[in-house]
Write a protein that binds this ligand. Structure first.
Ligand SMILES: C[S@@+](CC[C@H](N)C(=O)[O-])C[C@H]1O[C@@H](n2cnc3c(N)ncnc32)[C@H](O)[C@@H]1O
Length: 395
């Protein structure tokens, strides 16, 4: 089996970077920022990988699945949306309009790649808040119905030696036609012998959270209408049965924000004296009386966060708003000058493990934005390694 790959919702190409380090070849990619004339992420991707014939800048909803080249792996990081389904008139099922996951299902139905890897926010496991776990179970069921076994893990990049506390769920799918599927089904200890376990070892299984074991109903609409569960950070779905436990990673010495700082940083990233008060307020603890839309009075409270950010710890999660004067944006005390400043675009790239100046050519605001959207490259590099080893054993 060859290591051909397609990348959807490609952004600035985090998946591709990590996978190509393990011998994968990207045969098609897609990235489109709806309602934007300037396609920054797409341009950045072309600038770095240089192959516009492979990369499509079309809305995924409009892509003709029959025109996508054959491939053995599909990777994507789609937004977290409402995945509920209903019966359609034609006795089929219907998801909400505009939900991008159904576009992935449409493509996978046509192309049936043996392997799939998805990245998403960890909140996906809990959503929607009124029916926890429903969206993820609907997702698993629809992939299971296409013939895929699934394994998932919520990974905090900082816990595996990367300089950012970024918690994301990764879902690995393997088609029932693969050798890997047969091996996985036969495996007694699936948690310690699966896709994630080699590169992301588990220290132990938490006894504080009860094991979840659910038979997924044949009718996905029943799952969508009635199922809820407190799903944990680790699990798998095989032959319609979902199993989930809370696992604990081994203790390691973290890589820190201080480890990745640039030297001789441009003056424009430093905070002005007159901005300091506003920053202190944003980062500080608050207790503010407010009135809701319905006229109900309540007190809005939030605790203080580190100001400046700790240099002896990994960075906090980088958001797309990192460019703005915002409570969640990072502020560091520069070790060279002892003055406060924002992180630079290159530092934002380093926090995600992209090469320096990967997003060069975009405005600073878009450079931070693209990094807030992107993933930690080192994590998917490890996953690319695990998948490369699996594919070597396929025919
Ligand atoms: C979470 S980001 C993925 C980032 C990527 N993994 C990276 O390393 O940069 C999701 C991407 O999906 C893109 N997107 C949103 N709606 C889309 C659509 N309808 N068609 C294609 N891409 C879309 C966004 O522009 C965004 O770049």
């Amino acid at each position: 089996m060859n290591k051909t790959l397609i990348e959807l919702f490609a952004g600035v190409g985090g998946f591709r970077l990590g996978f190509e380090k393990n011998g994968f070849e990207t045969v098609w990619a897609n990235q489109f920022e709806p309602s934007k004339k300037k396609q920054d992420a797409y341009e950045c991707y072309i600038h770095n990988f240089g192959d516009s014939e492979v990369h499509s800048n079309e809305d995924i909803n409009k892509v003709d699945e029959k025109k996508i080249p054959d491939h053995n792996v599909i990777v994507y990081g789609s937004p977290c949306q409402d995945y509920s389904v209903a019966h359609s008139n034609a006795k089929g099922i219907e998801g909400k309009k505009g939900v991008l996951f159904w576009e992935v299902v449409r493509l996978m139905k046509e192309k049936k790649p043996p392997f799939m890897l998805m990245e998403n926010v960890d909140r996906l496991l809990k959503s929607p808040s009124k029916q926890r776990g429903r969206d993820f179970m609907v997702m698993c069921k629809s992939l299971n119905d296409l013939g895929y076994g699934l394994e998932w893990r919520v990974i905090n990049a900082a816990e595996y030696g990367f300089p950012q506390k970024r918690k994301r769920i990764f879902l690995f799918g393997f088609h029932e036609s693969t050798n890997y599927y047969k091996e996985f089904v036969a495996q007694d200890d699936k948690l310690n012998n699966g896709f994630f376990s080699k590169e992301f070892p588990i220290e132990s299984i938490s006894s504080k959270k009860s094991v979840v074991d659910i038979e997924l109903e044949d009718d996905i609409v029943v799952i969508s209408d009635t199922y809820q569960a407190n799903l944990h950070n680790t699990g798998y779905v095989i032959e319609g049965r979902l199993h989930s436990v809370e696992t604990i990673p081994p203790k390691i010495n973290p890589v820190t924000l201080g480890d990745i700082l640039e030297k001789d940083v441009d003056e424009k990233y430093y905070l002005n004296e007159d901005e300091l008060e506003a920053w202190r307020y944003l980062k500080g603890a608050k207790s503010i009386p407010r009135v809701s839309k319905t006229g109900h009075s309540y007190t809005f409270t939030e605790g203080a966060i580190a100001f400046p950010d700790h240099l002896d710890r990994p960075a906090r999660t980088m958001l797309t708003s990192e460019a703005s004067k915002n409570r969640s944006s990072h502020v560091v005390r520069d070790p060279q000058t002892n003055r406060l400043r924002k992180i630079t675009p290159v530092e934002a790239e380093r926090i995600n493990g992209f090469p320096d100046n990967w997003t060069e050519g975009l405005s600073d605001r878009m450079r931070y934005f693209c990094m807030g959207n992107a993933l930690v490259v080192g994590l998917v590099e490890k996953m690319g390694k695990a998948l490369s080893d699996i594919i070597d054993k396929e025919v």
